[in-house]
Ligand binder design. Structure first.
Ligand code: AMP
Ligand code: MN
Ligand code: MN
Ligand code: MN
Length: 285
């Protein structure tokens, strides 16, 4: 039997809602054999997830989703199979976490100008000392009745160019890939069909990424349509990128992204995990 892979997920170490151990249990219940925990700009949830995995009967891949600014656009680069003790990676992530704290304060001020009080304190409380992000603000705004649901919050306040949006310089593409490689991992462009790019621009990203040594494309994503998956499969073949797949699960509160419900990898692609056995990644204990 083929193993079921889900190589993109979040815990409450960043903007997911489950504790890492709860996420691992949920993944096992969903029939996943190999799960990567890929929190935004942190590896703080990994130790707990790794400890929980053998008992749950799944293999846990240490991962991260790094925020990148490429040509003034936000990109997400997933690192898979990283050594979480690598100091270069940790140092880079600390910088991004500091940028997130500064952005959050600024977002609070922007939302205050829109007549919304206490958003920074509310988001901070929801993040509970862990990595803060726009999702925490979104949850605060929904909980307080300012907006009906998460999607509308991004459309009205937190999306690019909206009144609560604060632009930041994140890592460069080179930095993100070099931190991941320095930590012994593989770099993957997350949910490639989600960016507001033309196909020409997306191809430019892939070209840059490959020149730097990036190896993977998340062909199958929980946030892709079927057509997106097919288009990204074509790009992966054209550019010779290894194929990854992941739900981008954030917890039961975000039911539009569900664990372990992914389409199979299309034919003619080399999976990113093709040599993991030899490399000792995702060994089940
Ligand atoms: P951040 O990394 O803090 O800028 O926040 C980005 C995160 O916000 C993503 O990883 C998603 O979890 C969430 N997000 C972005 N856009 C939307 C949306 N339209 N609906 C719901 N969640 C979103
Ligand atoms: Mn997120
Ligand atoms: Mn992402
Ligand atoms: Mn994600």
């Amino acid at each position: 039997m083929n193993s079921v892979y889900d190589l993109h997920s979040h815990s409450n170490a960043s903007d997911g809602t489950l504790e890492p151990r709860e996420l691992v249990q949920k993944a096992a219940q969903a029939g996943i054999d190999v799960l990567a925990l890929t929190d935004h700009d942190t590896v703080d949830g990994i130790d707990e997830a790794v400890a929980e995995a053998p008992g749950a009967g799944i293999a846990l891949v240490a991962g991260v989703e790094i925020s990148v600014t490429w040509n003034k656009q936000l990109l997400h680069i997933v690192g898979l199979g990283v050594d979480t003790g690598c100091e270069t990676l940790r140092e880079g992530l600390r910088r991004l976490q500091q940028a997130r704290r500064e952005r959050a304060e600024e977002m609070g001020r922007m939302l205050e100008k829109q007549g919304i009080e206490g958003a920074y304190a509310g988001a901070r409380a929801l993040a509970n000392g862990r990595v803060i992000g726009r999702s925490h603000f979104a949850r605060f705004l929904v909980d307080e009745g300012h907006v009906a649901n998460m999607r509308k919050v991004f459309r009205s306040y937190l999306g690019h160019g909206k009144p609560g949006f604060v632009a930041r310089e994140w890592a460069t593409l080179e930095e993100a890939v070099s931190w991941i490689h320095g930590a012994g991992g593989q770099a993957v462009i997350a949910h490639p069909a989600r960016y507001p790019f033309s196909i020409t621009k997306l191809k430019r990203v892939l070209q840059d990424f490959i020149e730097i040594g990036g190896e993977g494309l998340e062909v199958i994503s929980g946030s892709h349509s079927r057509e997106d998956n097919a288009n990204m499969a074509r790009l992966a073949r054209e550019f010779g990128l290894l194929a990854s797949m992941g739900s981008d699960y954030h917890g039961p509160e975000c039911p539009w992204l569900s664990l372990g419900r992914l389409a199979p990898l299309p034919d003619g692609l080399t999976p990113i995990w093709h040599d993991w056995q030899e490399r000792g990644i995702a060994r089940s204990a």
